[in-house]
Design a protein around this ligand. Structure first.
Ligand code: AHN
Ligand code: ZN
Length: 331
């Protein structure tokens, strides 16, 4: 009798082991693909309106009244849409040695969630039209409708959407200041490094929350031109190749493969470069790059006084907005 009992026990244990091995195979977590749900809501007119509002203040050159008025406007909008909004003031030495006041504007959703995504754009506009075809205009400030306001406009509309439908993950939207105060090209060009992205350099060294981190970041720059092409920018591919491929794949999946091209672009020293280098958060740049422009890799009106509302196209704002929203909602 005893031996029969032992035999039963051995058989039972063996069955349990085989059984658990089997279910272990089926439950391999990396094999379980999350179902992709397409998010359709993004109001292009609303995004366009947010771009228009910024441009209407006049060039948002740091130190100017327009800059201050726009800061108040953007802070109010983020306070309205996000769970928490703050302004991070800082001082930075610009290329000519002057110390200037800058303000990063930050809106956070689901503030206690430790899983986070960072979305960013720069809100200042360039004080010099140093690439204008007319040399007389090289010292004029630009509207920066595309270079600056477009990315902020798309993210404000994204914020408005996040208030309607919660992202399901923590999100921080940062509008960086003093991105575009880089040393102007010209006769006395010294080639000083790191004169661009002063707001992102400051934030990367002094994040709004100590020890802040995120799964990944997406920077939007020049996302408003008609039929814009988003090439795979060099630093993004160096620091965050998986995120580039993830986002480009999502863009293709929702019908925007004509905009997001699986084609290498050049290396652009932009806010994402400092975020990657200083914080280690893998961050990509969704930036209009082309090889057709007379200005090299940027859009035709880049750093000219013609970077105004006339270059903004609702469809492109929509394409970028939906790509960003679908990436966030499916994370
Ligand atoms: C350089 O041209 C080195 N960086 C460009 C970054 C930029 C300027 N983004 C918008 N305006
Ligand atoms: Zn610029």
């Amino acid at each position: 009798m005893k031996t029969r009992k032992i035999w039963f026990s051995i058989a039972a244990i063996t069955m349990i082991i085989i059984g658990s091995c089997d279910s272990g195979h089926e439950k391999k977590p990396e094999k379980k693909e999350k179902e992709f749900i397409v998010h359709h809501e993004f109001d292009a007119d609303s995004a366009y309106h947010f771009v228009e509002k910024q441009v209407a203040f006049g060039p948002r050159v740091p130190g100017s009244q327009a800059h201050e008025n726009c800061r108040i406007y953007l802070t109010a909008k983020l306070s309205d849409y996000a769970d928490k909004a703050i302004v991070q003031p800082f001082k930075a030495r610009v290329f000519n040695g002057t110390i200037m006041n800058g303000y990063n504007i930050i809106g956070s959703f689901d503030t206690l969630n430790t899983k986070r995504i960072l979305l960013c754009a720069h809100w200042d506009s360039r004080p010099f039209a140093d690439y204008d075809p007319d040399p007389e205009k090289h010292n004029q400030a630009i509207d920066g409708a595309n270079d600056g306001a477009s990315g902020v406009g798309v993210l404000l509309e994204a914020a408005r959407q996040f208030k309607i439908r919660k992202p399901g993950i923590g999100v921080d939207i940062i509008f960086f200041d003093l991105e575009d105060y880089g040393e102007p090209s010209g006769d006395q060009f010294s080639g000083k490094p790191d004169t661009w992205g002063l707001g992102s350099q400051y934030w990367s060294r002094n994040p709004h929350k100590p020890g802040y981190t995120a799964r990944f970041g997406m920077l939007l720059d020049m996302v408003g031109n008609e039929e814009a092409t988003f090439l795979m920018e060099g630093f993004s591919m160096e620091y965050a190749p998986k995120i580039v491929r993830k986002v480009w794949t999502i863009a293709g999946r929702i019908g925007f493969s004509n905009y997001f091209l699986f084609k290498d672009g050049g290396y652009i020293t932009d806010d994402h470069y400092y975020i990657n280098k200083i914080t280690g958060i893998p961050t990509i740049n969704i930036i209009h790059l082309t090889d057709k422009s007379p200005n090299g890799s940027f859009f035709n009106e880049w750093h000219t006084i013609s970077d105004n509302m006339a270059v903004i196209d609702r469809k492109t704002l929509q394409v970028v907005g939906l790509t960003v929203l679908n990436t966030v909602y499916n994370e």
